[in-house]
Design a protein around this ligand. Structure first.
Ligand SMILES: C[S@@+](CC[C@H](N)C(=O)[O-])C[C@H]1O[C@@H](n2cnc3c(N)ncnc32)[C@H](O)[C@@H]1O
Length: 215
């Protein structure tokens, strides 16, 4: 996700772009759930979760293994099919529903006990703030919204694009436009994660997490 591809045609749709991205390799991500999800969701009572921009489904599968029913959403059918295959081979295929949505156009129906979205970033135009407001609207009373995003470029990027702005946790919270008195802020902060660079060497990445609970 670090370096912008140079050859994106202006006509490329998000579905085409992300299908090509995932189709280029048998597996793009590690298959491990995101650390912030494990940290923040481990203590929640399982119910129905929504994972927005689920990619190859590692988070959705982890949630399913913790006892959640999961609706997992992505614009890439290639990624969704891959996630469904992994879920079936891990014995949780019946606990995850994989829904294709271009979230700039449509949003899954229903309300959820946990709405979780990790690294919903794109090199194509993405109305992230609007999507995150829809995510908040989809949280059931007592439910939690968990958002993790990049707070900067990873340590191995030597020529960061100066035009890229990574929203701070405060900006994410402001963008959610939550109704006064209806939400508690559980987490709002920046944290460093230990990761590996594309060559497999130890590296760091700075992420931000916002977690809010609807009263
Ligand atoms: C950086 S990846 C993160 C994937 C996964 N959440 C993870 O942490 O491994 C961003 C994901 O957002 C999805 N995405 C990008 N634009 C989207 C859109 N308009 N609608 C739905 N999903 C989108 C991509 O297909 C991709 O799987």
């Amino acid at each position: 996700m670090a370096t912008k591809p140079h050859d994106i045609s202006p006509d490329t749709t998000p579905g085409e772009f992300w299908d090509n991205f995932y189709g280029a390799e048998d597996r793009v991500w590690s298959g491990r759930p995101n650390a912030a999800l494990v940290r923040e969701a481990a203590g929640l009572t399982p119910g129905h979760a929504l994972d927005l921009g689920c990619g190859e489904g590692a988070d959705a599968i982890w949630l399913a293994r913790q006892g959640w029913r999961v609706t997992a959403v992505d614009v890439s059918q290639v990624a969704l099919d891959r996630g469904a295959g992994h879920a079936a081979s891990e014995g949780v295929g019946d606990r995850v529903e994989w829904q294709p949505h271009d979230l700039s156009v449509s949003f899954p129906a229903g309300t959820f006990d946990l709405v979780s979205t990790h690294f919903l970033h794109s090199w194509l135009e993405l109305p992230r703030e609007r999507i995150l407001r829809s995510a908040a609207a989809a949280v059931a009373p007592g439910g939690v919204l968990l958002i993790t995003g990049h707070a900067g470029f990873p340590s191995w990027v030597t020529d960061p694009d100066p035009d890229v702005h990574f929203p701070t946790p405060e900006e994410v919270l402001t963008g959610l436009d939550l109704a006064d008195g209806e939400w508690d802020v559980l987490v709002s902060g920046v944290h460093e994660e230990k990761v590996t660079d594309p060559e497999g060497n130890p590296a760091t990445r700075t992420d931000n997490t916002v977690e809010v609970r609807r009263r």
